[in-house]
Design a protein around this ligand. Structure first.
Ligand code: SF4
Length: 175
């Protein structure tokens, strides 16, 4: 299997959501969201577009393929720019970006950093990757690969985020 940033993000939010996604039960239309994020970046930061390029990057960890597509990478400064439309700062967004930093590191680019930008909030977070982050990402990748093989769907998490999850009706149909 190939693990990408979407799976890292979902795993951080809810292992059940990740299991449903890796098993092909997909109720989200992520392509629109991705397009929306790119459009937001281009309209919010038009002056930055010339020095940024799109970067597809692959690596292997523990016999699992990893893949990421970074929309805006400044190769000269070694900075990833990721833009979120969200009006909330979320930890899962950080893990998505740190996953990209890890992929760069696995490809020999060791000291890259990232900026995570929320134009609607006028907030920017500056991120780098430390040993603890790498340990978390390794364990997340191992857990996601195991989840894929697990026939049993993880339990419902009963969290307030469930109400805004696309699987809400599926998870709570009997409650
Ligand atoms: S509704 Fe809740 S338990 Fe179900 S997949 Fe979404 S976040 Fe997870």
């Amino acid at each position: 299997m190939t693990i990408n940033a979407t799976l890292i993000n979902l795993y951080h939010v809810c292992p059940r959501e990740c299991w449903l996604h890796v098993n092909g039960i997909n109720m989200e239309h992520t392509s629109d969201t991705v397009y929306d994020g790119k459009l937001l970046h281009e309209t919010s930061y038009p002056q930055r577009n010339e020095k940024h390029s799109e970067l597809s990057i692959e690596a292997d960890y523990n016999h699992v393929s990893l893949y990421g597509k970074i929309d805006f990478y400044d190769a000269r400064q070694k900075i990833i720019h990721e833009t979120k439309r969200s009006d909330k700062v979320e930890k899962a967004h950080e893990w998505q970006v740190k996953f990209y930093l890890w992929l760069l590191k696995l490809n020999g680019i060791n000291d890259a950093t990232a900026t995570l930008e929320y134009p609607l909030l006028r907030h920017t977070a500056h991120l780098s990757l430390d040993d603890g982050d790498v340990a978390y990402l390794k364990s997340a990748v191992t857990s996601i690969a195991r989840l894929k093989e697990d026939e049993q769907c993880p339990p419902v998490i009963h969290s307030k985020i469930c109400k805004s999850c696309s699987y809400y009706e599926l998870c709570y149909i009997n409650e």
